[in-house]
Write a protein that binds this ligand. Sequence first.
Ligand code: NAI
Length: 285
Amino acid sequence: MNIEIVGVIGAGVMGVGVAQNLAQSGFQVVLVDVSTSILEHARQEITNNVRFQGFFTKDKNPLSPEQVLERILFTTDYQALKTVDYVVENVIEKWPVKQEVYTLLDAICPPTAIFAANTSAISITRIGSATQRADKVIGMHFMNPVPMKSMVEVIRGFHTSEETIEASRSFLQRMGKSCVVVNDSPGFVSNRVLMLTVNEAIFLVHEQVAKAEEVDRIFKNCFGHKMGPLETADLIGLDTILYSLDVLYESFNDSKFRPCPLLKKMVDAGLHGRKSGRGFYDYPI
Ligand code: NAI
């Protein structure tokens, strides 16, 4: 399958990283979000990231922010997706929003296009059911920040075909990434474990057993983790953590996934972590 034009839906934390990584890898990108101000912010983020991270093509030539940006069409118009070969969807972790987006994508994109869902916890089989092409729907759980992470968790939905898996594997290879393919289950492997760990770490702060920084220091200095669970939560986005726990709670009907009241309070207060400038720690924005 020849993949040249890729639709990237959602220009938040993940969509920006995916679009940048794709453009740097030589794909043409159509980046769609709901407002021009979000897209303008995305353009700025990509400019800063390319400058900061630096990027060299295979023949060792440096790529400037302008060269990366000229491969990306920033638009609020879903009709611009009429000619895409492949889609990576990164809208917020809420089923009603994703459901509406997939119905739209299914109606607009060519019938041959594959849809890769970048979701933290929503079942890929459920996402496939919102389309008439469940065999071409796959889970692609990228890590954050996308251009810096070389491994992707790929999820096989109930109807995902082997052709879709193979095309997605080579697509990721062109992005400079390898993958582990797992079967579908809410939260997959990574977030079924990570979300519980993060939530429990938040409970420890909520119950005043330890301060955020102390919890993180234990994980870093005792276990050798690069980041503690609360730094990780801030990086992911506390809203995304809350929505993912909600999905896990509803999917398994298991109280072990109930979100900590402190997490809910922080999200209500607008403390969404790094992207908002404040979470368990403060960040310059
Ligand atoms: P975010 O909140 O930073 O960005 C979501 C974007 O989706 C926003 O810009 C929003 O305007 C846009 N959006 C909402 N409705 C839309 C629509 N109908 N059409 C187009 N765009 C729309 O969220 P983030 O962190 O980028 O997460 C996106 C997805 O990736 C979620 O499903 C999340 O669970 C998943 N994910 C997040 C990771 C993280 O570390 N933040 C890691 C891996 C997956």
